[in-house]
Ligand binder design. Structure first.
Ligand code: PLP
Length: 401
């Protein structure tokens, strides 16, 4: 169970790394291949007898420096930067599962993850059963002889339901399974490995980047597992190749230091806006509000000082109303109508017809995903009161449902 005192900011601070010539940041090592003074050493490296840099798809100093910082943030033994959040999810799962394996996954996952689970993994004989992770008995019932792992998001996209990670981890471990958690929505806020997760994945495109200017992913977990991912003969990342570019790794390495400050700023702005919307009877969904069904659960899981995150949703009833509202909000310069999240400015999208459109309508209904859900990634730029007033002006101007 988590000790309440964990401070992600201090954990990042404690990673010390000097640049090549004593600089305060490491240099970017862009070399795709490394020289060996003795050709015999290259042979030994290929046989795993020497831990040298060899070829950048296998290992790269800048990607490793980022990995060390990320591992400190997520409190895992090791972490590997990869090309995108989707490649992190796919590679972690393919590495963990044998052919014909089975996954029990939360049904409220990002649409791309849903499509991977439903459309692609079955081609390799991997089956995924989707269950409501709020119902642990149902999760347990879905576990079968071929099940190897449980999969969930700490805070789900886009419904913002929170998984009881310690309870799910206990169940996974009692049944000899691994727990894989997507922590994209809640870096700093929640540290899944401290709550029992075995492997943590991220879309680094989101909060880790913070600037909506790159695509990246992360797989964090035990060192033996991270080493396996780049094994020359068996590694899914090594052999399918979705590596992180060292320039991207360097950018993210620098940005991790201010991630805690950014997460606090997102959480503060989102909390103030959610309270203003709730007071005005706007149907707002935000885990920082006591009315949210998982408010108390999040309170038990989260590290102190980071609020309740930057993600919010407003149920406008229909997709048409959600898009009308978004258009007005963009015209009023409240935010930008764009998918993705974690940017300094507010991003908005209507989930049912965009980032969750891979999920069939009937399934969307059964998971309570309203067609009119406007998902908001709340930015921290701007005056909170001005932003709340802009939102309310636009919302009140909407035609009645
Ligand atoms: N996981 C979550 C929760 C996401 O929201 C996304 C993208 O929106 C992804 C994974 C995929 O990340 P990427 O776009 O970096 O591949």
């Amino acid at each position: 169970m988590s000790e309440p005192s964990f401070d992600p900011s201090q954990a990042l601070r404690d990673v010390q790394h000097f640049g090549e010539e004593g600089g305060v940041v490491p240099v970017i090592d862009v070399a795709s291949t490394s020289t060996f003074l003795d050709p015999e050493d290259m042979v030994r490296t290929f046989h795993g007898e020497r831990g040298c840099y060899l070829y950048s798809r296998h290992s790269n100093p800048s990607v490793n420096a980022f990995g060390r910082k990320l591992a400190a943030l997520e409190q895992t033994e090791a972490a590997l930067g990869v090309a995108s959040g989707m490649s992190a999810i796919a590679a972690a799962i393919l590495q963990l599962l044998p052919e014909g394996g089975h996954i029990v996954s939360s049904r409220t996952v990002y649409g791309g993850t849903y499509a991977l689970f439903q459309n692609l993994l079955p081609r390799w004989g991997i089956q995924v059963t989707l269950v409501d992770f709020g119902d642990l008995a149902a999760v347990e019932r879905a576990i079968g002889p071929k099940t190897r792992l449980l999969y969930t998001e700490t805070m789900s996209n886009p419904l913002l339901s929170v998984t009881d990670l310690p309870a799910v981890a206990r169940l996974a471990h009692a049944r000899g399974l691994q727990l894989v958690v997507d922590n994209t929505f809640t870096p700093c806020l929640v540290t899944p490995a401290r709550l029992g997760a075995d492997v943590v994945v991220h879309s680094g495109t989101k909060y880790l980047s913070g600037a909506s200017d790159l695509i990246a992913g992360v797989i964090a977990g035990p060192k033996a597992f991270v080493d396996q991912l780049v094994d020359i003969n068996q590694g899914v990342v090594m052999l399918t190749g979705p590596v992180m570019d060292p320039r991207v790794a360097h950018e993210l390495y620098l940005r991790l230091d201010h991630l805690p400050i950014r997460m606090q700023a997102h959480g503060r702005a989102a909390q103030l806006l959610a309270e203003a919307l709730q007071a005005a009877d706007v149907p707002v969904i935000y885990p920082g509000l006591s009315a949210h069904p998982h408010h108390a659960l999040l309170g038990r899981l989260k590290n102190p000082g980071y609020g309740s995150g930057g993600m919010m949703a407003v149920d406008c009833g229909t997709a048409d109303r959600a898009m009308q509202l978004a258009r007005r909000l963009q015209d009023e310069n409240f935010g930008l109508y764009a998918v993705s999240l974690g940017f300094s400015r507010t991003l908005m999208s209507c989930s049912s017809v965009t980032t969750s459109s891979e999920i069939p309508e009937a399934e969307q209904r059964s998971m309570n995903l309203s067609p009119g859900l406007l998902r908001l990634s709340i930015g921290y730029v701007g005056d909170d009161q001005v932003m709340a007033n802009r939102f309310l002006r636009c919302y009140r101007a909407l035609p009645k449902a």
